[in-house]
Design a protein around this ligand. Structure first.
Ligand code: SAM
Ligand code: SF4
Length: 330
């Protein structure tokens, strides 16, 4: 197959985030409301259907797939999907973003199944606060998960932290020092206005990555790194450490110009942009044509012109994007 995925602004789509579930064992305050309603089973893609989407996208030139959610490791038989996707010809990298709660037992099986890299979310190293932010999570599980991922031989493990003013902004350097000790990369993600949350006003907790960078720079000189991971983060190095510090700044540094990504939700909705509602339904052609990929391919290709040039986030207004991050596939 020779078709490539080029959008209306000449950006080639080579990176897809596949959400494998909208469910989660945590209820992080910036991501979900306390009592969430999740999708009924018949509305979500089966693992075979998710694999089919991944296979077709790789045939169309996608080189990197990230599995996400919700929490990908609570999906039953996730190892089957990892193994199938990892074996696809043409896929250069299969990665996962996880909250780490189940990595203690799953890190080695994931490595054996062919997962290349792993990102683990960690917003606090204080057990009480960790529990407050995640509402249900336990720091000790995630720390054990990080150790298990290191022992399983994962390289370039990356931590993701969402920093909220007055909530965990006093832990910026603690997180950096932990990453340095453990030889992990660390990326700070600015909180995005996805979904209506109850616990705080996002405008009160917003802290720009530039401020975070300046606070770190008071302790460690940060030198811009030249390597590009193909994602939205801008990376810096420190002179005395292997760890890289990244900043994903959807508010303060718009990364749309080089956007090579699309997302597929667990309902089979192809989302062309994180910050916009433009989407196409892939589930209909998947289910209507179980033996013929052509209608699915056409739906994907016809959707590309919907990819907008850029996103706009406005913290002052009620969220323009009503879907939560767990539906979006972070
Ligand atoms: N459950 C997994 C996890 O937490 O890593 C994967 C899915 S989660 C939606 C992916 C990433 O999105 C996490 O690093 C999380 O911190 C981040 N995230 C969730 N809601 C967000 C928001 N409103 N703004 C910025 N990042 C968010
Ligand atoms: Fe779950 Fe990840 Fe959302 Fe936290 S950020 S509630 S771990 S999906």
């Amino acid at each position: 197959m020779t078709a490539r995925l080029i959008d209306g602004f000449d950006r080639e789509i080579t990176y897809v985030r596949l959400s494998v579930t909208d469910r989660c064992d945590f209820r992080c305050v910036y991501c979900m409301s306390e009592d969430m309603t999740f999708l009924p089973r018949q509305q979500i893609l089966s693992l075979e259907e998710i694999y089919r989407v991944g296979r077709v996208l790789v045939e169309l030139g996608v080189k990197k797939i990230r599995l996400t959610g919700g929490e990908p490791l609570i999906r039953q038989n996730i190892l089957w999907l990892v193994e199938k996707l990892a074996a696809l010809n043409g896929l250069q990298e299969l990665t996962m973003t996880t909250n780490g709660s189940r990595l203690k037992t799953l890190a080695q099986p994931l490595k054996d199944a062919g997962l290349d890299r792993i990102n683990i979310s960690l917003d606090s190293l204080n057990a009480t606060r960790f529990h407050e932010i995640t509402r249900t999570g336990h720091l000790s599980d995630v720390l054990a998960g990080i150790t298990a991922a290191q022992q399983a031989g994962f390289q370039r493990i990356k931590l993701n932290s969402v920093i909220m003013r007055h909530r965990n902004d006093d832990e910026i350097l603690t997180l950096v020092n932990f990453a340095r000790q453990q030889q992990l990369d660390l990326a700070f993600i600015e909180e995005m206005p996805l979904g209506n949350i109850s616990e705080h006003q996002r405008i009160d907790t917003y802290i720009s990555n530039e401020e975070i960078r300046q606070r770190i720079a008071q302790e460690y000189a940060l030198l811009p790194a030249t390597d590009n991971t193909g994602g939205p983060a801008r990376y810096y190095r420190m002179t005395d450490s292997q760890s890289r510090i990244g900043f994903i700044s959807p508010h303060s540094h718009n990364f749309c110009g080089s956007c090579n990504r699309v997302r597929v939700t667990v309902e089979g909705r192809l989302l062309l942009c994180l910050g916009n509602e433009h989407s196409a339904d892939l589930r209909a052609p998947i289910r209507a044509h179980t033996d013929n990929d052509q209608p699915l391919i056409e739906t994907i290709i016809n959707a590309l012109p919907l990819k907008p040039e850029r996103h706009y986030f406005d913290l002052d207004e009620t969220p323009q994007i009503v879907r939560f991050m767990n539906m979006t596939g972070g």
